[in-house]
Design a protein. Structure first.
Length: 467
């Protein structure tokens, strides 16, 4: 992506009125709960044949700040996510997926490169992804896809290296906040809503009807706790409002899925839904994210919806992580792998789930990482690392506090520290962390990016402390 590509898209004078008409029509259809899903039924042979198709599009939806256990598809008792649930119901849900950080830039650097944070070189606020990293969008572009991104989070701005491989990397023009949203949320940290992203995506679909495309949407309204009167279903506490915002974003996405259906694009589109991190509600004495790596901020959803319906949908129970996402997708699509990666393809486990056969039993070691001084650049690095292996998870801090050991199967919310009862496990996992922190990036650093005053203002509006 170049500045001229982005600027050209902005200057092209797209007919936003048509996009608005399309979104209103799609929303009306959604409100009537009418579905035009013409996809045929499929099975394992159809999944395996995706790599042979030359008409397949990829829609990658990243929902910022979405924790897995707040989705109905992941067992939540509230109906927060009917549209996402529908994707999982006749697709594939990865039951135990973990992000690599609770801070967006660090997490997304790992997701796109397939490398753990200590290897991306992106753990502090000024750092950028190296231009030597070969990103998935570059692989898809070289395979003939038109690559487009529509984003609203400043931590994934092109200056941080995230635009590599995209023909267009676009931040949409903010429209006025809908009155129904403004009444529920009088003050918003950012201009516009995720409806702006979906409007732009619908217009993209209208103007590129025949091209083979990869479309990345990075949504922010769950992060910003945005909702309206119709999605104010679950109460007014902090945690309730978070659930309301998931229902809002789910509805906004529903209008996009309806347009895909109406344009006959669902039958040739792979939809991928993921998240960069979750959100805390006091489980370990904190609210929000970007401070630690406990499960509430690192357990994230991963859902695939194919150009056909799996009846019934399947669940991959094998533990996965966001560094595995693109190794798995590239393998699924029959495209070249990432050149260097810590993640691995889980296509074999996916295919086993679809076929109903036993999956490989071996599970590897997984890491999540945050530098607890990432936004205070005058202070030395202070990494906090979680390592998961089998049923156990160890949380390590470089500040001198004792490591914490948890048994994930019996204590999924990490409330009972058991290090004294399992000294051998604690010692083994601590050695894993020490080995992890000794690793280094496979390429030169992407360098530091000096944040402009406007960038700092936008990031602080999101609630981040950056010095």
């Amino acid at each position: 992506m170049t500045d001229s590509a982005d600027g050209g898209w902005r200057r092209s004078g797209w007919p936003y009125a048509l996009a608005a008409v399309a979104i209103v029509a799609a929303t009306l259809v959604f409100q009537l709960d009418v579905r035009f899903d013409a996809r045929p039924a499929g099975g394992a042979d159809d999944v395996a044949a995706l790599r042979e198709r030359d008409d397949l599009n990829v829609l990658f939806v990243l929902i910022d700040t979405l924790r897995a256990d707040r989705l109905s598809a992941y067992g939540y008792e509230r109906p927060t996510s009917p549209q996402l649930d529908a994707l999982a119901a006749d697709g594939v849900r990865f039951a135990r997926n973990m992000s690599q950080s609770s801070w967006t830039k660090c997490s997304m650097a790992s997701l796109w490169t397939g490398l753990y944070p200590v290897r991306t070189g992106v753990t502090r606020s000024p750092q950028a992804v190296s231009d030597r990293a070969r990103m998935p969008a570059e692989i898809l572009r070289d395979a003939g896809y038109r690559t487009y991104a529509i984003w609203r989070n400043g931590w994934v701005a092109p200056s941080f290296g995230f635009s590599q491989g995209f023909d267009v990397y676009h931040s949409p023009r903010a429209s006025p906040i809908p009155a129904s949203v403004r009444r529920e949320k009088p003050t918003l940290g950012m201009a516009g809503t995720d409806q702006d992203i979906v409007n732009s995506a619908i217009e993209f679909l209208r103007t590129h009807p025949e091209e083979r495309w990869f479309l990345y949407l990075h949504l922010m309204d769950v992060h910003q706790y945005v909702y309206d009167e119709e999605t104010a279903l679950f109460g007014t506490r902090y945690s309730d409002i978070y659930d309301n915002s998931i229902r809002w974003v789910d509805r906004v996405l529903g209008s996009l899925f309806q347009v895909l259906d109406a344009r006959g694009l669902r039958e040739r589109t792979l939809i991928v839904v993921a998240a960069d991190h979750g959100e805390a509600f006091g489980e370990h004495g904190r609210e929000g994210h970007a401070r630690d790596v406990y499960g509430e901020v690192t357990n994230t959803p991963l859902i695939l919806s194919f150009p056909f319906r799996l009846e019934p949908g399947v669940v991959v129970e094998t533990a996965t992580e966001n560094v595995d996402l693109w190794p798995t997708l590239l393998d699924l699509l029959g495209l070249p792998p990432l050149e260097v990666t810590d993640g691995e393809s889980h296509l074999a486990e996916l295919m086993a789930a679809v076929r109903g056969t036993p999956a490989p039993e071996e599970e590897g070691v997984r890491f999540a990482h945050i530098d607890q001084t990432w936004g205070r650049n005058a202070q030395p690095a202070s990494p906090m690392v979680a390592v998961s292996e089998g049923a156990y998870r160890l949380v390590y801090r470089a500040d001198g506090r004792d490591p914490e050991l948890y048994h994930q199967e019996s204590d999924p919310y990490e409330q009972r520290e058991i290090g004294a009862d399992q000294p051998d496990v604690r010692r083994r996992l601590l050695a894993r962390v020490e080995d992890y922190l000794e690793r280094s990036p496979p390429w030169d650093s992407g360098g530091d990016v000096e944040l402009e005053p406007q960038q700092l203002e936008e990031l602080r509006a999101l609630g981040y402390v950056v010095e």
